[in-house]
Every structure is written in C-alpha cells, then in structure tokens.
Design a protein around this ligand. Structure first.
Ligand code: BDR
Ligand code: CA
Length: 313
C-alpha cells in the first residue's frame, strides 16, 4: 500500500506535537506534504515556530512548514496558555528552530497542493481551529471535491465542552470556519472529546515514552508531565488526554477506532452555546450524515502504536 498523502494543519500545542511526531515517524503509512500553522492554542508566530521545533526534534528538517491565518474568520482569537503554557510547548527545553518558515501562505499551500495532486489523493488533518481549511475552501471552492478526506480533532457530544460548558476548544475558537467545513460536502472523520478523553497518558504509558531514552521520547514525556496537570485537576483523570494524536493514529490504524456516520451541525449564533457540535448520535433527525463521528478507541493499542513509532525517531 502506498503512503497516504497528508497536510497537517495545526496549532502546537503539546498534543499537536505528539500527533506530528507520530506522522513523521510513519513514512510507510503517511507522507507529510507540508505542515500549515494556524492561530489557536497560542498566537500564529508561536504555532509556526513550534511546528518547526517539532520537525527538528523528529530530525525531519525537509518538511515544509507554512504560516496560515492569524485569527478566526469573524471573532477575536481565544488562546489556551492556561493549558499549554506560555510557549504552547511548555515542558521540555527545546532549541529554537533553524529550519526556515516557507514564504508561501499556508492557505495557498493547501489550495495549490490540492490542485496539483490527483483528485481524491490528499487528506487534510486539522488539529486546531479550522480557519485555514475554511479560508482555502472559500478562496478556491474547486478544491473541496478534490479532498480525499478531512480527519480532524474537534467537537464533542457526550463530553460536551472543555473551553465552555457547551463547546470544545478547536470548534469554539472559530465556529464560522467549522460551519463552512462541516457543510462543505467533503468526507469528514471527527475525533471529538468523547474519544480523546479515552486516550489518557497514565503513568506507565508516560514512563514507556521516557524509557525510550531518545530526544523525542523524553521530550514527549516532559510535554505530558506539563500538560497533564490541567486535566488531572479539572477532571480528576489518570493523565493527559492525547487529543490530536488520535487523528494521525487513525490514518495508520483505523481499526483501533469506532464511531457512527451521523449529522453534525455547528452552533454559530448563540453566545451561550457558541461552537457546540450538535451531533445527531441517536439519529433523532432526518438530517443527512456528514461525518464519521468517533466514539471509542482501543487505548492500549493506540499507546503501543505510539511508543513503537516514537522509538524510530
Ligand atoms: C484541542 O484543543 C487544543 O488545546 C488541543 O491541542 C486539541 O487540539 C482539544 O480540545
Ligand atoms: Ca491542537
């Protein structure tokens, strides 16, 4: 089987970093055509820098990294330093990147890449707010039908919200963008909090990363050490949820995940529930399915995969 071509659209973020490392460690499964940074967990200058720090940590300095949108389509940027720290990648002490940021804007890279490759051969992997993807779809509507699949982290149904009582962070930051993407007609796979809250880095799992003894293994363990304090305090959970790596793990081992093809709509008007993913999990409407909404994963299989692949870096 040939490797699946992907663009990772991201706002690193410790869990974004792990998702990127997993993809870069798996060239037989995924070919990372480029990484586009978006404003989210921290402002764009930091996410564009962090994406390059992660590529260098993986020893993959040839992966082109682009900066995309610096703010949501119609709202002020909301960031999450309270979770990820001031840099977005707090935890390990990693050097500033020396690899360059590409001159081209990330949105134009997404458009050109979809136009230059055969239809149905490029998958988009958004790990942050959907601003870059929606902007590309608005600017070049012809690319929508060329997308193979969008596999994204965002939203929630049973777990409801993490940034507000009703909304998950990535969707809340840019609900207008999410609405455009979910209405686009492109095939979508969603990794909501319902599944990512089951991908918990328990102590033995983090010890396994650290025991790799490599720069990447130790850095991931240190990122998790930092990142987990927030969720442990908030949810009383056993460790940090690795939200974004669910996306890249799905590309490699879809058999680890299960979900339902359902209709998902985005709340864009009510301030109270802004950014809520209204997911028809129980099929109580006749609205057509527009997404595979994942609800469960084999967590041990997921962490075995992650540890085995990180060991390669
Ligand atoms: C999502 O928000 C960010 O803080 C994480 O990187 C993840 O993409 C989880 O709600
Ligand atoms: Ca993210």
């Amino acid at each position: 089987m040939t490797a699946r071509k992907i663009i990772i659209d991201t706002d690193p973020g410790q869990d974004d970093a792990v998702a990127i490392l997993l993809a870069l460690a798996s060239p037989e499964d995924v070919e990372v055509l480029g990484i586009t940074a978006v404003a989210g967990n921290v402002p764009l200058d930091l996410t564009a820098k962090n994406a390059r720090i992660v590529c260098e940590l993986a020893g993959k300095v040839d992966v082109p990294v682009f900066a995309g949108c610096d703010r949501p389509l119609g709202r002020d940027l909301v960031t999450a330093e309270h979770v990820h720290g001031k840099t977005g990648l707090d935890g390990p002490d990693l050097p500033d990147p020396t690899m360059p940021l590409q001159d081209q804007n990330g949105v134009d890279f997404i458009i050109d890449t979809l136009r230059d490759n055969d239809p149905g051969t490029v998958t988009l992997c958004p790990l942050g707010p959907l601003t870059n993807i929606a902007t590309a779809f608005q600017k070049a509507p012809d690319i929508v039908e060329r997308v193979q699949e969008i596999v994204l982290m965002g939203g929630a149904y049973f777990e409801v919200g993490n940034i507000t009582p009703a909304a998950e962070f990535n969707i809340y930051v840019d609900p207008q963008a999410a609405d455009i993407v979910f209405k686009s007609g492109a095939p979508i796979v969603v990794m909501p909090l319902d599944v990512t809250h089951k991908a918990l880095v328990t102590k033995p799992r983090n010890d396994a990363f650290r025991a790799l003894g490599t720069a990447a293994g130790v850095a991931v363990a240190q990122m998790t050490d930092f990142f987990e304090r927030f969720d442990k305090e908030k949810y009383g959970s056993a460790g940090a949820p690795l939200h974004d790596p669910c996306v890249t793990a799905y590309l490699i081992r879809p058999d680890l995940f299960s979900g339902r093809h359902i209709n998902v709509e985005i709340e864009t008007t009510s301030e109270l529930t802004m950014g809520m993913t209204v997911a028809d999990w129980w099929g109580v409407t006749d609205r057509p399915a527009n997404a595979l909404f994942i609800g469960n994963l084999d967590a041990d299989g997921f962490f075995d995969l992650l540890t085995e692949r990180l060991a390669r870096l």
